[in-house]
Design a protein around this ligand. Structure first.
Ligand SMILES: [Zn+2]
Length: 192
C-alpha cells in the first residue's frame, strides 16, 4: 500500500469520555498533513456528534472524514498511497478492528486509533484494551472529575433513560451522547 521500506506503526489514544481523545487525534492529523503525508480520517456513522463527513472534537477542531458503518467497509475507505489512517471512536467498530489494524500496520501504514477504553460502568471496553496491548505507542488521557476536579479515568451515565439507542446490532450505542447524559468521574466518585 505504501513504500515497502517504510515500517508501519500503531498508535493508540485511549481514555474516558471528555478526555480530549479526538482533539489529540486531530492534532496529530494536522501535523501529518503539514508534513505532506497522505492522511485519511475515518469516523463511525454512530458518532452523531460530528455529523456525516467530518470528525470533530468538543473544543471545535475538525477534519473531513470518511464515515464507515462496519469494520469490513474500512479497507475500502483507505485509498492506495495512504500513509496515515486515523480512526476515531474506535470502540464502535468492535473487536474486528484489531485484526484489520494489525494487517494495515504490517502493510506499512501508520494507523492512529482513538477511542473509549472504559465503559460507563468501569469495565474495559474492547477493542481498545487489545489495541493498547499491540501498539507501538499508547497515549492514555484522563478527563476532569465532574464532582471534585481530580483526574478522571472513568465516566458515568447520569440518566438511564435518554442514553440508549435502540439498535441491537450496536450494543455499544449507549455511548452515543454528550455532556447532558455522561460525566467524567475519578475513582472515588465513579459510583456516586
Ligand atoms: Zn472526583
Amino acid at each position: 500500500m505504501v513504500e515497502e521500506d517504510v515500517p508501519g506503526r500503531l498508535e493508540v489514544i485511549a481514555g474516558p469520555m471528555f478526555a480530549g481523545k479526538s482533539e489529540e487525534l486531530l492534532r496529530r492529523v494536522r501535523r501529518a498533513q503539514v508534513a505532506g503525508r497522505r492522511v485519511v480520517v475515518v469516523g463511525h456513522d454512530l458518532d452523531a456528534r460530528s455529523g456525516t463527513g467530518r470528525v470533530a472534537s468538543h473544543s471545535g477542531l475538525q477534519a473531513p472524514s470518511r464515515t464507515v458503518a462496519h469494520v469490513r467497509d474500512l479497507v475500502d475507505a483507505v485509498p492506495p498511497g495512504t500513509q496515515l489512517l486515523a480512526i476515531d471512536e474506535a470502540q464502535f467498530f468492535g473487536t474486528g478492528l484489531v485484526g484489520l489494524v494489525q494487517h494495515l500496520a504490517d502493510d506499512g501504514l501508520t494507523v492512529l486509533v482513538a477511542g473509549l477504553s472504559v465503559t460507563f460502568d468501569a469495565r474495559p471496553f474492547s477493542p481498545l484494551p487489545e489495541l493498547m496491548a499491540l501498539a507501538e505507542d499508547v497515549t492514555r488521557l484522563t478527563a476532569v472529575c465532574g464532582v471534585c476536579g481530580r483526574d478522571a479515568a472513568y465516566h458515568v451515565r447520569l440518566r438511564g433513560d435518554a442514553a440508549t439507542v435502540g439498535d441491537a446490532r450496536y450494543p455499544v450505542a449507549a455511548h452515543v451522547g454528550g455532556a447532558e447524559t455522561y460525566q467524567a468521574r475519578c475513582r472515588r466518585h465513579r459510583e456516586e
